[in-house]
Design a protein. Structure first.
Length: 201
């Protein structure tokens, strides 16, 4: 009886093993086909079903993404798409984009320039840690970013944003107060401080 029971267990294990071995192939067949789109230094990969760029080769240095890939509108940049990239220097995204998902370009330490034709939503921390980012152009507006980092505490970095739209400019000194504000502003040339609107906390 015991031998028969063990034989049944062995048979069951073999059946389960064969079934499990067959599962990945079945799942792979159902996986959506990704469309490779060329960028400088590699490809990004587009899921036409979800209209989302979901994957990127790690050596990409520049991306100029069109409004459509293979006739399908590009609506989303996937979460963490270029997270922690050390090679990406510039990004240009066409109009019609609805979402740049969270951390899509977070910690891109070489990223200097981003041009957005238009975007509806930018996710949490999408550009966090982009320490070299100097210019962000959104539609007809250009944001020039200046960082004051001459502080002992690396978490105490302050940010000044100069927004240009047509011939009008606005200077935003966010989260800069007291002595830090004075020290930061004295580091900038007088022409950098000229603006139609100046907002200081």
């Amino acid at each position: 009886m015991r031998k028969r029971f063990l034989s049944l267990l062995l048979a069951a294990a073999m059946v389960l093993g064969l079934t499990a071995a067959g599962c990945p192939a079945a799942l792979a067949a159902d996986a959506p086909e990704l469309i490779a789109y060329p960028a400088e230094g590699g490809n990004v990969y587009f899921n036409a079903e979800t209209q989302t760029v979901v994957k990127a080769d790690p050596a990409i240095t520049a991306l100029d993404l069109p409004a459509k890939i293979d006739g399908v509108a590009v609506k989303k940049i996937g979460s963490g798409l270029f997270y922690d990239s050390t090679t990406l220097r510039s990004v240009k995204l066409a109009a019609g984009l609805e979402l740049i998902d969270e951390r899509a370009f977070s910690e891109c330490t070489a990223l200097e320039e981003v041009t957005l034709g238009g975007v509806t939503t930018v996710g949490e921390c999408a550009f966090l840690g982009c320490t070299k980012l100097k210019t962000l152009t959104l539609g007809g507006a250009e944001l020039k970013l200046h960082r004051y980092t001459k502080v002992n505490n690396t978490n105490a970095k302050s940010l000044l944003t100069k927004v240009t739209f047509g011939s009008a400019t606005a200077l935003l000194c966010a989260d800069i107060t007291g002595r830090a504000q004075k020290g930061f502003l004295t580091q900038l040339a007088p022409e950098e401080l000229k603006a139609d609107v100046i907002k200081i906390p």
